[in-house]
Write a protein that binds this ligand. Structure first.
Ligand SMILES: *[C@@H]1O[C@H](CO)[C@@H](O)[C@H](O)[C@H]1NC(C)=O
Ligand SMILES: *[C@@H]1O[C@H](CO)[C@@H](O)[C@H](O)[C@H]1NC(C)=O
Ligand SMILES: *[C@@H]1O[C@H](CO)[C@@H](O)[C@H](O)[C@H]1NC(C)=O
Ligand SMILES: *[C@@H]1O[C@H](CO)[C@@H](O)[C@H](O)[C@H]1NC(C)=O
Ligand SMILES: *[C@@H]1O[C@H](CO)[C@@H](O)[C@H](O)[C@H]1NC(C)=O
Length: 237
């Protein structure tokens, strides 16, 4: 009897702390970009996209916060042309599955704040931040271009720091210790609740640890792979 009471008590503590976690509002947002050639080399998809595409807008707190808030593509019909270009589903180009996934996993958590409390607000804010950052333009301006020759990690990072004044989180495909280069695949830029840029912290790790990426090793040169089509072109030039 006594152990049952303890068990029930523990159960209560567990349930209540879980619901506290679940109602906690986020304090930071992570805008995640991915590089389609790298993504497709991991996922075996085909993409000729040669700009940094949006992956998602992720709050620092919560996952799948409201399962009853279904994704409804017709609510963002007006954003579709932009979504298809800048936030493409690299696996299933003609579907809305990717956006549905991002909404259910991250959007329903972002929606705890009034500024993002609808599907239209969430997706349009992500696109707005993406355009404002213009990560692709930033890298090009610093002459960090896809190339068969690897870059120093510091050169890639510095070009972003110079443009935004904050530290991004640059992720590479996880590699073994002896690797001579690492392939860059994802770049995160972080915002506070007022959408002001802030440094990304490495402790945000746990959140997005399921994509085969890890923070790039600062001591290993970075490979920024060209698209398959430019790689082919370079061969003939
Ligand atoms: C990519 O491929 C699509 C369809 O195959 C084509 O319409 C588009 O122009 C291509 N884009 C580039 C940058 O080559
Ligand atoms: C969950 O989603 C429903 C819509 O399906 C909405 O009415 C409700 O307010 C949401 N709850 C929270 C806590 O966001
Ligand atoms: C999706 O949103 C549209 C526009 O608001 C609405 O007419 C439609 O009923 C919604 N569909 C579902 C399945 O909720
Ligand atoms: C996507 O849809 C367009 C027409 O809407 C079609 O031409 C194309 O083949 C489709 N692509 C895929 C990968 O299904
Ligand atoms: C991924 O998560 C596991 C456990 O949650 C952790 O031990 C590991 O360090 C994480 N890896 C990276 C690259 O963040």
């Amino acid at each position: 009897m006594k152990s049952l009471a303890v068990f029930l008590c523990l159960g209560f503590v567990f349930v209540s702390s879980a619901s506290v976690l679940n109602t906690k509002e986020w304090t930071k947002l992570i805008l995640t970009h991915h590089w389609p050639p790298t993504f497709c080399s991991m996922e075996k998809c085909h993409s000729n996209i040669s700009y940094w595409a949006l992956h998602g807008l992720w709050p620092d707190s919560g996952n799948e916060c409201n399962s009853s808030w279904h994704f409804n593509a017709s609510l963002i019909e007006d954003l579709m042309p932009e979504m298809k270009t800048y936030w493409p589903d690299l696996l299933k180009p003609n579907s809305t599955i990717f956006w549905k996934h991002e909404w259910l996993k991250h959007g329903t958590c972002a929606a705890k704040a009034e500024v993002l409390n609808s599907q239209h607000k969430y997706f349009s804010k992500a696109l707005e931040l993406y355009h404002k950052l213009d990560l692709d333009g930033v890298l090009k301006k610093s002459n960090i271009l896809p190339s068969e020759d690897p870059y120093k990690f510091a050169d890639v990072e510095q070009s972003i720091v110079n443009a935004y004044g904050v530290k991004p989180k640059i992720q590479c495909i996880s590699h073994d210790k002896e690797a001579e280069v690492q392939t860059m695949g994802q770049i995160e830029v972080c915002f506070d609740k007022q959408f002001q840029l802030i440094d990304c912290e490495k402790r945000m790790e746990e959140l997005q640890n399921n994509t085969g990426f890890m923070v790039c090793d600062e001591s290993v040169p970075v490979y920024y792979p060209p698209t398959a089509s430019t790689r082919l072109l370079q061969k003939f030039l």
